[in-house]
Design a protein around this ligand. Sequence first.
Ligand code: GUN
Ligand code: ZN
Length: 451
Amino acid sequence: MRTVYFGIFVHCLALADIQVLPSAAVGVDEDGTIEFLDQNARSAEASAEKHSWPVGSYSVVSSDPTSASFFFPGFFDTHIHASQYPNVGLFGKTTLLDWLNSYTFPLESSFSDLKVADDVYSRVIARTLGNGTTTAAYYATVHTAGTNLLADLALKAGQRAFIGRCCMDANSPDYYCDKDLEDAQKATLEVIEHITKIDPDHDIVCPILTPRFAASCSKELLSWLGKLSTDTNLPVQTHISENMLEVELVKSMHTFADSYAGVYDKCGLLHDKTILAHAVHLTDDERALIAKRGSGIAHCPASNSALTSGETRVKWLLDAGVKVGLGTDVSGGFTPSILHTARQALLVSRHLSMKGDESHKLSIEEVLYLATVGGAEVCGLADKLGNFLPGKKWDAQLITLDCKNSPVDIFPWELKTHEDLVAKWLFNGDDRNVTKVWVDGKLVAGTAFTS
Ligand code: GUN
Ligand code: ZN
């Protein structure tokens, strides 16, 4: 059945262009596609009539006019290791390379056990959906069966997900790696085949080619994946320039290229369906190359602070026309929430600006753009997701600030603008405020979700 959503809507149209619609209506058809956005609506019924939707042909979902609640687009997590969820908060004083060896590889290797995979993946999907993440770009592990299971679970839960099996045929521990190039190729193809079987059009779950990072792959594997992405048009995700020791390691391993970005480019992995996580230590030339190729960056501020990797210059990337979205990078990052990650992005940008260049500073509007439209661009989905424009899909969350047990205090005597309410949400809100979550027009999560 068609649905008219009525009430307050907040969404981002462009960087720093947030639109607050205090009384609007959105008409969503049976396929979950937005047919109309009525910016000034008296009621759901009046808007339906204006768009020739007969009485009885639609249902109505309203945000409660007596409460501080609004519809907001679903979040994009452009970089999350689903398998690392049990380790959130566990990193001690490590930095990337020793963190991988001491915390990460031992945990990921345990996903040869499908019971472990089932437990962790079920919880991470429930947790991210409950935090309003309607699209996630997941890294699983090196294991084929576990990766296939992650795809099954995301599809069942109704979360849009890119599912990547980690490719790692070089410089990786014996107990956790692809045995050789052929092993990596076979496993990669098996995962693509499985996901294509369960979701032939890749509408909800889509395979994503995942060379873990240049330091864990042979040139042959990187080149094979690059060719595969060209032949199949499948997206690619990997890490880039997260940590200085890693940058040096990649330089010493892959002498055929003159930069980290150059390694991926020479192997055919840098194109407009590529998601590059971190990009903390890029050079000007690498930024120009990434912009030219149309690849996107997953900015992971919580992770970059926790692992003391550095501060990604988001404005510097955007200024060059590079697409940027947000990633939790669980468990380098300690939070599965993109709202929390947006908060961290804002703070990291202020740390950069404290060094003397105010132009680095990101606003509330800008980080919410990165969390939605920016993420959609990075995932190659901006034509169908990211905001409430007609023709896009209804992937949305209903945020209620004055719900029971809300972490946000709203005082009855406050004369707050809607913009002020959004600011209070960004800095103090959490999943308790996520009342309902829809993907593709279907209700899939939220505190008011009953299946
Ligand atoms: N580089 C290679 N693997 C990883 C990972 O699992 N997490 C992060 N943050 N960086 C990586
Ligand atoms: Zn990562």
